[in-house]
Ligand binder design. Structure first.
Ligand SMILES: Cc1ncc(COP(=O)(O)O)c(C=O)c1O
Length: 421
């Protein structure tokens, strides 16, 4: 299967359905009349959340057909065939009922076995919950553990859904700035400076969206130490763990004294290119998973049955495909990083996920990355996401996804070169 074929299939889907950005920006919503808007005035906690910066930007990109998008946060591959065929087979066999609230026991056992590769050990009966995407697991974690007024420390820049999720749960987000100069790693100094020693919860996303940053063993030890000392509960979103290119994936939950204070979130969207099947999971000590299951039970009942069958096949039969995709991302990553540096842009080495996060502050009008992204889109038809869509810490940067075929990446870099000169 070639990257280009995959891409055209994906574009077909987007055209049919109205694109929904996997990382938080819905587009193509029907317009509403003023009457409808006033009748359904949203609750304060909803209006307090601004619209996604990604969505705003992609509405512009969608009106042109010559655009190369480096904006999407989802694989350009199709889910491996064994996963798709298991989904088809489950439907053919008429498996159209709910599963257990926590997910199919076979799938939970397979997950428990799979995560041992990260030195994680969870009891499939009581410590794993299968969810509708990692997104649901993130939302459940906030709803299960954040009391109104609790402070949730969010390293910035980071994935777009955490801050709204914290606000919907009644919590107060606290921005912890990470820096290009530290390769976007989180440090105890940054946590202290932001006042995270007083926080209740810390969210970690490594490998990181949007920077691609990973943490090495020493950096993770230092963060774990800070969390223990200040009694923080940790929500660790490790959805890109399998897409790690440099060294081994480091999970905070494996550090001494951390398992009992950490909920680990993972899923099938990224590593298995299964975004549309909507399957993820949460792992943690029994009381944590019990609390999250209580919310899940009333909000969702169970994750989609067809997708659970696909996920089971994905774990059992798709390792080679996952490795093939990982190598392809790695090839693109090396290409994009070296081209960006050739063009004179500074970019920290992304050790995981599928994003590069170059600094454009020095070449952007008045240092404004949003203006740079808009001009680049208008002049050359290259779409990249301004870093501030991921929080104030993304100022002066652009997120470029390399979940896009190498030919398109080459053309995008050639256009960027023309634009810069
Ligand atoms: C860090 C991170 N977590 C969670 C998600 C959502 O994953 P899922 O498709 O499993 O809901 C994304 C999607 O972009 C992401 O980047």
């Amino acid at each position: 299967m070639s990257g280009n074929e995959d891409r055209s299939e994906r574009d077909d889907r987007s055209e049919r359905d109205g694109r929904v950005e996997s990382d938080g920006g819905a587009t193509g919503e029907p317009s509403r009349t003023a009457g409808e808007q006033s009748r359904f005035a949203a609750a304060d906690r909803v209006t307090s959340v601004p619209p996604s910066g990604i969505r705003e930007f992609f509405e512009v990109a969608e009106n042109r057909d010559d655009v190369i998008s480096l904006g999407v946060g989802e694989p350009d591959f199709t889910a491996p065939w064994p996963a798709r065929s298991a989904a088809i087979e489950s439907l053919e066999r008429g498996r159209t009922s709910y599963t257990a609230n926590r997910g199919m026991p076979d799938l939970r056992r397979a997950i428990a076995e799979r995560v041992t590769r990260y030195d994680q050990s969870y009891d499939p009966d009581s410590e794993i919950l299968v969810t509708t995407g990692a997104s649901e697991a993130v939302d459940l974690a906030f709803r299960a553990f954040v009391n109104p007024g609790d402070t949730v420390a969010l390293p910035t820049p980071t994935y777009v859904s955490y801050e709204p999720g914290v606000r919907f749960a009644g919590g107060e987000p606290l921005a912890v700035h990470t820096r290009h100069e530290d390769d976007w790693a989180l440090t105890p100094e940054a946590l202290r400076e932001a006042g995270a020693d007083e926080a209740d919860v810390l969210v970690l996303c490594y490998p990181n969206n949007p920077t691609g940053a990973t943490m090495d063993a020493d950096e993770m030890d230092a963060v774990a130490d800070f969390c223990r000392r200040h009694d923080l509960l940790v929500v660790a979103d490790e959805i890109y763990a399998a897409l790690t290119y440099e060294g081994d994936h480091q999970s905070v939950a494996t550090r001494p004294g951390m398992r009992e204070r950490t909920v680990v979130i993972n899923g099938f969207s990224k590593a298995y290119a299964m975004t549309g099947l909507r399957l993820g999971y949460a792992m943690g000590p029994e009381p944590a998973i019990d609390a999250m299951t209580k919310v899940h039970q009333y909000a969702m009942l169970s994750a989609p049955t067809t997708a659970q069958h696909a996920a089971l096949a994905a774990i059992r039969r798709c390792d080679d495909e996952v490795e093939r995709m990982r190598r392809e991302y790695d090839r693109r990553r090396r290409y994009v990083v070296s081209r960006l540096r050739e063009l004179g842009l500074e970019v920290a080495e992304p050790g995981g996920a599928f994003y590069a996060f170059p600094r454009v502050a020095d070449v952007a009008p008045e240092g404004d990355a949003r203006a740079f992204a808009t001009d680049l889109l208008e002049a050359e038809g290259v779409a990249a996401v301004p870093g501030t869509a991921f929080g104030a810490g993304g100022e002066g940067h652009l997120r470029m996804s390399y979940a896009t075929g190498l030919d398109d990446l080459k053309e995008a870099m050639a256009r960027l070169e023309r634009f810069l000169s």
